[in-house]
Design a binder for this molecule. Structure first.
Ligand SMILES: [Zn+2]
Length: 412
């Protein structure tokens, strides 16, 4: 099949006017100007999309489809800890069937907004075999052992069993305040053995900073109340704590430190100090950073240190987070929210944060995120009105995506 459009934004060089992509089975076999492509593949069926722009399908680097059904249900709270209490109360009313429905609805919405790949954290890996994902999905089991850290290994084992048959999967110890160092360590062992990805949340809120930094504040009190061992608090920043407890060095009470020598999809990093930035520069952990602009705005976190993190050479992607702190699963809206925060970043670079960069974070930089021969045919099309500024027009897009290909198959 040859797909022709007025503009092809390949993310692999400048946009092509009157461009075309040749697709065979699930792969892109060629891309170029329409006259050349149609001559080279003259027997192929031509799908002419007319006045549209073709671009790589979008990649959401951090999401929790479990909570799609909580859209609009959790009003903004005074604190991050209050939000945790509110989401826990909402979750107490949900049953497995509600989560299955929620995940399926989330997939439909993500697809509708042009997302063709998603890194989805689920607290219910046992439900995954019941779900047929309509888009390319990295399933991460989100793990929490704060109430019973002695079960760390068992929890990981229970999560791995239903995920192992999935094409792409990983493990996500939730955050250093809910996942023990043993849980992080076990996930890392499994990641080494199975060669899978890891994900976590880090330095998300001010309260996490006062917990690890000063052993006080609402999050500290809440976790102490539910029985968390808080002997790792009052020593360092969340990042410093993470790198020493989970990474190199080790803490006195966590002697078997493990190294952050595997790629980690790290969501947030909102609360970082200058010393954290120095530490990141020095220790160069394999962090693939995910910023969630609208969730960030919902919680009113400190400004995200985009420029400084980028300067240190980190790969920074965008994610929607869940609908318990965001209003929809559109990465177009996420790109616009990012642009509002960082108006100096070019629209092309913003688009990279939902294509090329997350493809790299998922270790698929040679298969996803670009329209290039040999890559997987995950492609979307949007109507064009002003052909002069393709990137601006892509970022401004607000409607559902009407045409997409996933693995070379046209999505209904
Ligand atoms: Zn998250």
């Amino acid at each position: 099949m040859i797909v022709r459009a007025k503009i092809v934004v390949t993310m692999d060089g400048p946009p092509l006017e009157n461009g075309a992509v040749a697709v065979s089975e699930e792969q892109i076999v060629d891309v170029g100007k329409f006259p050349e492509i149609s001559k080279a593949y003259s027997n192929e069926e031509v799908v002419d999309l007319g006045e549209q722009v073709l671009l790589p399908g979008l990649i959401n680097a951090h999401c929790h489809l479990d909570y799609t059904c909580l859209r609009g249900k959790i009003p903004r709270q005074k604190s991050f800890t209050d939000w945790i209490r509110a989401i826990n109360a909402a979750k107490a009313k949900l049953f497995p069937a509600d989560y299955v429905r929620s995940i399926n609805e989330g997939f439909a919405e993500a697809k509708h907004f042009g997302t063709t790949t998603i890194a989805n954290l689920t607290a219910f890996p046992e439900l995954v075999p019941q779900i047929k994902a309509p888009i390319r999905t990295w399933w991460f089991a989100e793990l929490i052992d704060v109430r019973d850290p002695s079960r760390a290994n068992e929890l990981v084992g229970l999560a791995v069993a239903p995920l192992k048959s999935q094409e792409h999967w990983g493990l996500a110890p939730h955050a250093p305040f809910t996942a023990s160092a043993d849980l992080y360590r076990r996930c890392k062992e499994i990641a080494d053995r199975e060669d899978i990805l890891l994900a976590t949340h880090l330095a998300e809120s001010r309260e996490e900073m006062s917990m690890f930094g000063d052993a006080r504040g609402p999050l500290y009190e809440f976790l102490k109340e539910i029985g968390r061992d808080v002997s790792d608090c009052g020593r360092s920043t969340p990042l410093g704590n993470f790198l020493s407890a989970v990474g190199r060095g080790g803490l006195p009470n966590r002697p078997q430190a493990i190294e952050v020598n595997r790629p980690y999809l790290v969501a947030h990093l909102n609360e970082i100090t200058q010393s954290d930035l120095d530490l990141l520069g020095k220790s160069k952990p394999q962090f693939q950073i995910v910023h969630c602009p609208r969730s960030h705005e919902y919680f009113g976190h400190l400004p995200f240190q985009f420029e400084k993190l980028r300067e240190l050479g980190f790969n920074i992607c965008l994610g929607t987070d869940s609908l318990a702190s965001n209003e929809d699963l559109s990465l177009f809206a996420e790109m616009r929210a990012f642009q509002k925060e960082f108006p100096n970043v070019s629209p092309e670079e913003v688009l990279e944060m939902v294509t090329v960069k997350p493809a790299h974070a998922l270790r698929h930089e040679n298969a996803l995120g670009k329209i290039r021969a040999g890559f997987i045919a995950d492609i979307i099309a949007l109507p064009l009105t002003r052909s002069t500024a393709a990137f601006e027009e892509i970022l401004a897009f607000e409607k559902p995506v009407s045409w997409s290909l996933i693995g070379g198959r046209v999505l209904a």
